[in-house]
Design a protein around this ligand. Structure first.
Ligand code: ZN
Length: 93
């Protein structure tokens, strides 16, 4: 069993640049993002998420039976949001 406990997950407006915990892409100043605060195996963590990436994580969690275990910055950002102002910065095909 992994000791995961989420304290909160709230919407914020970025006041500085963040990095999405799922896809590793930037969250730009002024963008809305989700801030997740949790404890994982005794370590406090505070992650920023794109909305669509949090959705992707939740989808995966459902498939895995309710837990969302993932490697930081290794996820694929859902394509729905790609192609805005900041297209794939240094994207790998
Ligand atoms: Zn993301």
């Amino acid at each position: 069993m992994s000791g995961y406990h989420q304290f909160s997950c709230n919407q914020h407006t970025a006041r500085k640049r963040h990095r999405c915990a799922w896809c590793g892409q930037g969250i730009e100043i002024g963008e809305q993002y989700m801030r997740e605060k949790s404890v994982y195996d005794g370590a406090h963590q505070s992650h920023a998420w794109h909305f669509e990436c949090l959705d992707a994580c939740h989808d995966e969690a459902r498939e895995e039976g309710g837990t969302c275990e993932f490697t930081l910055y290794s996820g694929d950002r859902p394509s729905a949001a790609i192609g805005r102002s900041e297209s794939q910065a240094g994207g790998v095909a």
